[in-house]
Design a protein around this ligand. Structure first.
Ligand code: FE2
Length: 256
């Protein structure tokens, strides 16, 4: 199983959520921890430092991708000429691949200086991820991680404005190479959709679009609790939410 965290927003983190995630990892020992962007609130050195300290403390392999909050907002020079300098200093590559016993996970950087909120996938990224998926061992669950969602239902306020440019084209291409699931954050709201049904992708199996809420930040969406997802080895998803009375994450039985 893998633990899917998102929107940690260090600088606005809640210590009780940090402690509860550390306990969850000790108790459940996931194969990997995946963070789908917004590691920090304002891309400050201290915030990246504390985020890295937290992820290292879990003692589990992890893969992270940038979110729109991980490039400087107020430092215009850095924002234009080296938006990812601080991110790279702490986390190295913007895009990485992590292979575990059951999963093959590909990180995709969807953040651009000009499209930092909406996101953007390039034609080159579509091709590179396709090559990575082709290299994936056939018995492994194929997962892609990007900050912005590739689908939001039309009845939500978000519409399609927060789905990356070329995201649909990327999805149609990657789903031909055995893609099982996409992990996202950004909306601070948990959800799961089968994009194979939504877009009729013609995949022989579901292509799950998995959204995570914020795992640790007090910047909550419409009062929704903090939460995270667990992706099980049979490609099933469990949502967990933070229970204030218990000071711990509890499984959301409505989604289990
Ligand atoms: Fe966020």
């Amino acid at each position: 199983m893998i633990l899917h965290l998102s929107d940690l927003h260090f600088g606005t983190e809640k210590p009780e959520c940090i402690r509860a995630i550390q306990k969850f990892c000790l108790d459940h020992q996931p194969e990997a921890v995946i963070v789908s962007g917004d590691l920090t609130q304002r891309a400050r050195y201290q915030q990246f430092y504390h985020c890295k300290q937290f992820l290292d403390s879990l003692k589990i392999p992890y893969l992270v991708v940038p979110g729109n909050h991980d490039i400087p907002l107020y430092h215009v020079w850095n924002r234009i000429f080296s938006p990812f300098a601080r991110y790279r200093l702490f986390f190295g590559q913007l895009e990485d691949v992590l292979e575990t016993e059951h999963f093959y996970i590909v990180g995709v950087n969807s953040i651009r200086r000009r499209y930092h909120t909406k996101g953007h996938i390039s034609v080159e990224q579509i091709q590179q991820v396709n090559l990575a998926l082709e290299r994936a061992p056939p018995n492994k669950i194929r997962v892609i991680v990007a900050h912005q969602p590739f689908y939001t239902p039309p009845d939500q306020n978000h519409g399609v404005k927060d789905c990356p440019i070329l995201g649909k084209m990327a999805l149609e291409t990657w789903s031909k190479n055995g893609l099982n699931a996409l992990l996202h954050g950004h909306l601070h709201q948990s959800a799961v959709y089968d994009l194979n049904q939504v877009y009729q992708l013609d995949s022989p199996h579901p292509v799950l679009e998995i959204h995570a809420g914020t795992a640790t930040s007090y910047r909550l969406h419409h009062g929704l609790p903090n939460g995270f997802n667990v992706l099980l080895n049979d490609v099933d998803v469990q949502h967990y939410y933070f229970s204030e009375p218990d000071q711990d994450f509890k499984i959301d039985e409505r989604c289990a």
